[in-house]
Design a protein around this ligand. Structure first.
Ligand code: MLT
Length: 200
């Protein structure tokens, strides 16, 4: 497989959760969150393949919040190919798959949704921002995205989140948003809202 990962089987009636950690994280980081979101879900948790001074990430950045867009596109395609490969390897067939991402993991999830919508149709994004400035005009009418963002998040400014929401909605995606007064974090309210969103 192209990406090191952890796979934990779950109920075939629950979605498969694709867990995408933040900068410096690992496949284990979001396992607890996955259990809160969907207790019986299978989880597919890859490791970010890019090293930033030893911290695992999903794509390169030039500075905080300044992305290497060419690398975003390349890495989003790599992750999408990995998901296709994993479906085959673990016999997932056409089981529902929902990407769950935090921070840099949410940003790569957003990129895959925009660039390879046939691979990831549903995503819950915590502390995400807009990953690519002018994504192709894919039809996202079969796409659902949940976004939770902090009003005081210096790393994922609301202007960039709003840009992402606009890109998704312009392409026909069903977008649900949640705001909290905090910063770059996952809140209890956000988890509860995402859990409800997943069961719909
Ligand atoms: C990113 O680089 O994706 C965002 O700035 C969030 C982060 O990982 O710090």
């Amino acid at each position: 497989m192209t990406l090191a990962h952890k796979y934990v089987e779950g109920s075939p009636d629950a979605p498969v959760l694709l867990l995408l950690h933040g900068t410096g994280g690992s496949p284990d980081d979001l396992l607890g969150l996955a259990r809160e979101l969907s207790p019986d879900a299978a989880v597919l948790a890859p490791a970010g393949p890019v090293s930033e001074h030893g911290a695992a990430r999903w794509f390169r950045r030039l500075a905080e919040g300044v992305f290497d867009h060419e690398d975003v596109v390349k890495r989003a395609n790599e992750l999408a190919d990995f998901v296709v490969e994993a479906r085959e390897k673990y016999g997932l067939g056409d089981r529902r798959l929902v990407a769950i991402g935090f921070s840099n993991g949410a940003n790569i999830a957003a990129a895959v949704v925009l660039l390879r919508p046939e691979v990831v149709r549903e995503a819950a994004l915590f502390a995400s921002m807009s990953p690519v400035p002018q994504p192709p005009d894919h039809d996202l009418s079969a796409t659902r995205v949940f976004l939770a963002n902090g009003e005081r998040d210096p790393m994922a400014p609301l202007a960039s989140t709003e840009e992402l929401i606009g890109l998704l909605r312009e392409r026909g995606a069903d977008v649900v948003t949640q705001r909290h007064p905090g910063g770059h974090q996952i809140t209890e309210d956000g988890v509860r809202a995402a859990a409800r969103w997943i069961t719909i």
